[in-house]
Ligand binder design. Structure first.
Ligand code: SF4
Length: 335
């Protein structure tokens, strides 16, 4: 497959290029690669050798992304790529995110659309590793999906410069974005990221009215202290208390060996956050209620058992969801 030209690249003297796609702003010498490993320099020109390289493809419940307030109960054709611009030592998908040599098959945007249709899915999720570093493929695939009546779901760490953020979000129909912690020091020194870039991306997605949910993996000793959790709550509340927030239990993976999240601690954080934010859910632990209630009459709209849901409290008319008990609009989006 012919690879298109890399975008978000500035040519510098002596055959060096600078990538403007994410806040790392890598200066890449001739023959080199950026930190994410998927954007490089050949003879003074930016190259994207992994355009269309897909490492994983599966039909998933939308709840697995996790998205609880967008097309509840639907399935989404999900694709993953290689590489990541962060270096989270606890990455749960490190085999593809931290390894550009992971086995991959090359697909064109049209191949992906055809596969989604063949799987009976009206939506495609760009997920598993970090899709934003593949901005060129993402933009091509998202634009074609939109034209074909297929919705685009983005699952991302939100670490991208403004220039690309707006272009990608304008083609995004729903997003789940990580807020990995609320410590600039952890973001820069441990994850190789940028707290303010992630917060800006969340705020921009909300401002652009993209159906948005946020996920935080709760890691003992790293981001689960009372003050830090309170800062996460405060920043989400300042953008909107109506953003659904998923607090997921971590398990040891990649190079991080701290013990798994204590379910009782996770539940206590979820309960504290529910005092301030409207929709807070736990992830990766069994037995904790994760239901959604009507903000108007408190009727039970959606009951969840893992990825299985009962949505008897919802009615659906004209691509909009309503509460069956009081008839008012329910906090779910179709788009
Ligand atoms: S997208 Fe990759 S190459 Fe570009 S600045 Fe970020 S880490 Fe560097």
């Amino acid at each position: 497959m012919q690879k298109p030209q890399a975008r978000y690249i500035t040519a510098l003297p002596e055959n060096v290029v600078q990538c403007r796609l994410c806040p790392r702003k890598c200066r890449i010498p001739d023959g080199g690669r950026g930190v994410c490993g998927v954007r490089g320099n050949q003879g003074g020109a930016g190259i994207i050798p992994y355009y269309g390289a897909v490492t994983a493809a599966a039909l998933d419940p939308i709840e697995k992304k996790p998205l609880y307030h967008y097309r509840p109960g639907s399935s989404v054709f999900s694709v993953g790529f290689v590489g990541c611009n962060l270096r989270c030592p606890f990455c749960q998908n490190w085999r593809i995110s931290q390894n550009t040599g992971a086995p991959a098959q090359y697909f064109s945007p049209n191949d992906i659309i055809c596969r989604a249709k063949a799987a009976g899915s009206a939506q495609i999720a760009y997920t598993y590793s970090e899709p934003l570093i593949h901005a060129e493929f993402l933009l091509d695939c998202m634009a074609l999906a939109r034209k074909s009546g297929i919705a685009n779901v983005l699952v991302s760490n939100g670490t991208v410069a403004d220039e690309a953020a707006e272009a990608i979000l304008s083609l995004t129909d729903a997003a789940n974005v990580d807020l990995k912690c609320h410590s600039e020091e952890t973001y820069t020194q441990i994850l190789g990221g940028d707290l303010s870039a992630a917060i800006d991306f969340i705020a921009k997605a909300w401002e652009m009215e993209v159906p948005l949910e946020v996920t935080t993996l709760v890691i003992p000793g790293l981001n689960d202290g009372d003050e830090e959790i309170q800062r996460c709550i405060d920043v989400l509340r300042s953008i909107s208390p109506r953003i659904p927030w998923h607090l997921s239990a971590y398990h040891p993976d990649y190079t991080w060996t701290a013990p798994p999240t204590d379910p009782a601690h996770l539940v206590s954080i979820v309960r504290k956050a529910r005092d301030v934010l409207s929709y807070v859910y736990s992830g990766n632990i069994a037995g904790e209620p994760n239901d959604t209630f009507c903000p108007h009459c408190n009727g039970l709209l959606v009951q969840r058992y893992g990825y299985h849901i009962e949505r008897g409290g919802l009615s659906f008319k004209g691509n909009k969801y309503y509460c069956r008990y009081c008839g008012k609009p329910a906090p779910f989006r179709y788009i």
